[in-house]
Design a protein around this ligand. Structure first.
Ligand code: PXP
Length: 243
């Protein structure tokens, strides 16, 4: 098996959050995407939420035309969002669960329960040559159901790992690593993300078979002080050193 090169997807939703705080035209997410790419981002991730609290439909049009790497669109199974995503044709979609009252995506998708509905939507994207990833917790049933759905990728939810105390972190870490190995054995490709920072990402990078990390908050938070290109470069260097 050829060696997997681990890559970085940078989530730029927070840039749109700042813009929407004043409903103005700045900061522009497309500029953020360009700077992230200059810093070494392998892909740009955005989440078009049903409530449009940060990324807007027009951002997709602009980003689709200006991104030079890959566009990964996070989305829930909401009719309007599916329609927009099919029209834009990003390189990849990542299906996530969504609750209006949440601050950020809280848990993984329930693939077992949503199997039939997911199947229909996934096929519409795969028919257009768009990769589909499912954002799930590292639970054996969810991983098996994801493989049964024939998606290319899963994204393992690292939130529990990120929120755990140093003393207990090995428990969610083991679940993630076991989940990754089950997924690889079932023919899935494995990404991971949520809550990852410059300080907790190293252990995750030792996950066998891991391909891409999707990181937003920590990078944008650092960018406030060092600039986005530099913040991305620093995270990319950590990944390169662990490749
Ligand atoms: N992956 C998914 C599926 C997400 O929903 C998010 C948050 O938008 C991320 C990764 C990035 O999480 P964070 O902002 O905590 O790095």
């Amino acid at each position: 098996m050829s060696k997997i090169i681990k890559t970085l997807g940078v989530n730029i939703d927070h840039v749109a959050t700042i813009r929407q705080a004043r409903k103005t035209i700045e900061p522009e997410p497309a500029t953020a995407a360009a700077l992230a790419e200059m810093g070494g981002a392998d892909g740009i991730t955005i989440h078009l939420r049903e409530d449009r609290r940060h990324i807007q439909d027009y951002d997709l049009d602009v980003l689709k035309r200006t991104i030079k790497s890959r566009l990964n669109l996070e989305m829930a199974l909401s009719e309007g969002v599916i329609k927009k995503a099919l029209e834009i044709e990003p390189e990849q979609i990542t299906i996530v669960p969504e609750k209006r009252e949440e601050v950020t995506t809280e848990g993984g998708l329930d693939v077992v329960r949503g199997f039939d509905q997911l199947k229909k939507v996934i096929l519409q994207f795969q028919d257009k040559g768009i990769y589909v990833s499912l954002f799930i917790d590292p639970e054996p049933d969810q991983i098996k159901a994801s493989a049964d759905l024939g998606v290319e990728f899963i994204e393992l939810h690292t939130g529990h790992y990120a929120n755990a105390s140093m003393r207990e972190r090995h428990i969610p870490q083991k679940q993630l690593f076991d989940g990754a190995s089950q997924a690889i054995n079932l023919g899935l490709r494995v990404n991971a993300g949520h809550g990852l920072t410059y300080h907790n990402v190293q252990e995750i990078l030792t996950m066998e078979g891991l391909e891409e990390l999707n990181i937003g908050h920590s990078i944008i938070a650092r960018a406030v002080f060092v600039g986005l290109k530099e913040a991305v470069r620093e995270m990319k260097n950590i990944i390169i050193h662990n490749n």
